[in-house]
Design a protein around this ligand. Structure first.
Ligand SMILES: [Zn+2]
Length: 98
């Protein structure tokens, strides 16, 4: 396997750090890399297994059209605004100096 890695966001470190590509099977998932939701045919992505070289966290990343992230953020905002139960669970980062 190729050494090195790419500086990407690690959910373990919660920061950008060097993570190398690994087979998705190492995270216990099937090795297929091209996926789409059967309940949302327009949602497709390319899956990669990742290993953080700082904390050792194994995770899956999904490459999507960046516009999809905007759509996701809008959907989350909409859902929070319309569902008090979800809003109660959301923790916002504290404002600085507060
Ligand atoms: Zn990490």
């Amino acid at each position: 396997m190729k050494k090195g890695g790419t500086n990407i966001y690690c959910p373990g470190c919660k920061s950008f750090t060097v993570c190398r590509a690994i087979p998705p099977t190492r995270t216990g998932k099937p090795k297929a890399q091209r996926w789409h939701r059967t309940d949302h045919e327009d949602i497709s992505w390319f899956r990669r297994g990742r290993e953080c070289l700082s904390c050792g966290h194994l995770f899956l990343s999904a490459e999507v059209d960046e516009a999809f992230i905007e759509e996701l953020a809008r959907a989350c905002t909409h859902k929070i605004a319309n569902c008090p139960a979800i809003a109660a669970d959301v923790r916002f980062a504290p404002e600085s100096g507060h």
